[in-house]
Design a protein around this ligand. Structure first.
Ligand SMILES: Nc1ncnc2c1ncn2[C@@H]1O[C@H](COP(=O)(O)OP(=O)(O)OP(=O)(O)O)[C@@H](O)[C@H]1O
Length: 700
């Protein structure tokens, strides 16, 4: 009863208030909107003229700082649709006909309940929607469609993508060398870095490491500010930020938005999505785009939003944070929460707070607001402004300068960054190298001085199986660290900080030295403890064989990480890939005995392990003399003519199959240990790298 009474009273009061205020405010707002649109337009045209003159003067000067230009971002009827899993032809609209514009020197907030489409709108504006989302409509920056990258547009995601092993300064330095124009000197780059650190208040932690699983590093707020710093390094014309304040305390959040406002006042466009800003933070925003279920609830000046809600019949109660009120009106979750609360409070016979029950459901309020906005002056003015901006662009605006970076410089910087990360991340290579040494020592002890008895060739073959199986399987151990690196690189690739080929090559070059260390340490231990075919060339061959196997396994791990970014799944799939590739190696069954379909043709040819193992057989056994089975017979040294004939009849055509152990006999052909395995390992390695690049291209 109490609830019903209070609700009715409140509703009457609010309706009265709204009616009174709506008439007055509507007149005022119409006047204001007209005035502000005209003023803004005049200002913007003035600015364009001024900036065009300035540009001409500045274009000759250095490219250290981007010139302050008149920039306009406009989006019209942007609709994003995704196919539903429910059935054929069923689609779901994530955004419905979004239109708006963003001006320089202003900071815009995109607000709305969770799942309302804030991130999707930012993605659409930045041109980085997922491949399963179809977008229609126009997004124009100074009259042209532009893609993220080249320093014009920056995007900061909700998550921080940082190398835990690098310090704040190092992170910024590598990023600056990757993305700032190659024409800039080192001093100029350093001053940009120092400025950015100052702007984002990171001086105190400039030399602190970001932190990872074995390293306590920056706080959440510092990480957020570092992520933003990375994006403002290139002084982009437009800066998109997806929830830059999420997870921050009120002071840090205020600092971040203040810093963004300052960046905007430097002639940039700043657009950020934000969940529930405090009133202090809300006051800092110039423009507001309020979304609910992909529909525009309000688009316009932030301070006029309160008026719009009042006009629509939902005035913001005094002493309430406007942003809280807006979200309270359009977030359907409040309905569910209110009904649950009502039920539980009724059960316990306690009176229900009246503000949880109104005669309108959130769906009703939302529908009313959407309808109201569509027919309001705000919507009409937005369209008008979009058309006016389009006219300015055609007449006065010149193209935006895109940053060009030297490919070799990017490759060098990325290689060094990757290398430093590999050195500092214990799990990347160091722990693995330690395990490789342990496994090699195990092999050395188990097959110590294997000798040349008549059974030694079988023992040697078993030793190859042990060594190659374990060493190849262990390569899976590097996957977690690679996935960490991959997360950062994937984010940078999406933001077009560099291309796929640079990433692939830099990763290979950076890991090169570790692969050499691993193959030399394992090769040396196994070679000298087991006493394989002695001789420097044989030793080199073994180490090179290991090296190429490791290199290919790294590539396999890279492809798996790319296709299965989940950590646990990735490890499982990698282990499977390794085992699958070693099935046709000849370690478990002689190659001619493999099932012809698939395993023999083509797997025995495709699998790098079969080439590596055959190379190992040849490298070790060719030229050795084993004790005969029967005393007095000549030593087992080479294949007999009769046996060779049998082999030829068995369709024994490939040189890589010419050495194998079968039925306790060793057949060795009189051939030099040419290096089919090495050549093929190299070939496989290159093809793996090319395959990776290809997959990258398909995915992005
Ligand atoms: N690529 C996609 N495929 C399918 N659905 C998607 C895709 N991207 C977004 N969505 C859906 O679109 C809706 C809006 O998502 P979006 O991430 O834009 O919301 P949001 O307002 O940013 O939410 P939050 O504040 O929680 O981050 C969600 O229901 C989400 O599941």
């Amino acid at each position: 009863m109490k609830v019903e009474e209070s609700t009715e009273n409140e509703l009457e009061q609010s309706e009265m208030k709204v009616e009174e205020s709506t008439e007055n405010e509507l007149e005022q707002s119409e006047m204001k909107v007209e005035e502000s649109t005209e003023n803004e337009l005049e200002q913007s045209e003035m600015k364009v003229e001024e900036s065009t003159e300035n540009e001409l003067e500045q274009s000759e000067s250095s490219t250290v700082m981007r010139e302050k230009k008149a920039i306009y971002l406009v989006w019209e009827d942007v609709t994003a649709v995704v196919a539903k899993n429910l059935g054929k032809g069923q689609t779901r609209k994530l955004l419905n006909r979004q239109s708006g514009y963003a001006l320089p020197d202003r900071i815009m907030a995109i607000m709305g309940p969770s799942g309302s489409g804030k991130s999707t709108l930012l993605d659409a504006l930045a041109g980085r929607l997922s491949s399963n989302v179809i977008m229609s409509g126009n997004v124009l920056l100074n009259g042209k469609q532009r893609k993220i990258g080249n320093g014009s547009i920056s995007y900061t995601t909700q998550e921080d993508f940082l190398f835990g092993t690098l310090t704040v300064k190092e992170t910024l330095t590598y990023s600056a060398h990757l993305r700032l124009p190659s024409t800039m000197t080192k001093d100029e780059i350093n001053s940009v870095i120092e400025n950015t650190i100052m702007k984002m208040g990171l001086q105190d932690c400039a030399d602190n490491k970001v932190g990872n699983w074995h390293l306590r590093g920056l706080s959440g707020g510092e990480k957020r500010r570092l992520s933003i710093s990375l994006e403002i390094l290139t002084q982009p014309y437009v800066l998109f930020l997806d929830e830059p304040t999420s997870g921050l305390d009120s002071a840090s959040a205020l600092f971040v938005i203040h810093a963004l406002k300052n960046i905007a006042l430097d002639g940039r466009i700043v657009v950020c999505s934000i969940h529930q800003p405090s009133s202090y933070i809300f006051d800092l925003f110039d423009d507001l785009c309020l979304l609910s279920s992909g529909e525009t609830i309000y688009f316009g000046e932030a301070k006029l939003a309160v008026k719009f809600f009042a006009e629509a019949g939902f005035p913001c109660p005094t002493r309430r944070n406007p942003s809280d009120h807006f979200l309270r009106c359009i977030n359907s979750d409040f309905d569910k929460m209110a009904s649950t609360l009502l039920r539980s409070l009724r059960d316990s016979a306690v009176s229900v707070p009246s503000n949880f029950e109104t005669s309108f459901t959130t769906e009703d309020i939302k529908a009313k607001l959407i309808e109201k906005y569509r027919s309001s002056e705000y919507s009409i003015n937005t369209r008008k402004k979009i058309r006016q901006i389009a006219l300015i662009n055609e007449e006065l605006m010149s193209g935006l300068i895109e940053i060009r970076i030297n490919w070799w410089k990017q490759l060098y910087t990325l290689t060094i960054r990757s290398f430093v990360n590999m050195i500092r991340d214990l799990g990347y290579f160091w722990v693995r190298t330690f395990f490789y040494i342990l496994i090699s020592l195990g092999a050395g002890i188990m097959y110590f001085d294997v000798g040349l008895s008549n059974s030694a060739f079988v023992t040697r073959a078993k030793c190859y199986t042990y060594v190659y199986d374990f060493l190849i399987c262990l390569s899976v151990g590097g996957l977690p660290s690679f996935l960490e690196e991959w997360k950062v690189s994937y984010h940078e690739l999406l933001n077009r900080h560099y291309g796929e080929a640079v990433f692939m090559l830099s990763n290979f070059f950076a890991s090169f030295i570790f692969l050499v260390i691993m193959s030399l340490s394992s090769g040396t231990i196994v070679f000298y403890m087991v006493k394989f075919h002695l001789g420097f060339s044989h030793y080199c061959y073994l180490c090179m064989n290991f090296f190429f196997c490791f290199a290919i396994m790294e590539s396999v791990a890279m492809i798996v990480a790319l296709l299965v970014p989940n950590f646990l799944m990735g490890i499982g799939v990698s282990a499977f890939a390794v085992m699958f590739l070693s099935m046709a190696s000849g370690l478990y069954r002689p190659l001619p005995d493999l099932p012809k379909f698939f395993w023999r043709y083509p797997m025995a040819y495709i699998s790098f392990t079969s080439w590596a193992v055959q190379g190992q057989f040849k490298n070790d056994m060719l030229g050795l003399e084993f004790e005969p089975f029967v005393q007095g017979e000549p030593k087992i040294q080479e294949i007999s003519a009769a046996a060779e004939k049998v082999l030829r009849e068995k369709n024994f055509e490939s040189p890589c199959l010419e050495t194998f152990v079968q039925e306790g006999k060793i057949w060795l052909l009189k051939e030099k240990p040419t290096s089919p395995s090495i050549i093929c390992s190299r070939g496989s390695c290159i093809s793996f790298v090319l395959a990776c690049i290809h997959v990258f291209k398909i995915l992005f």
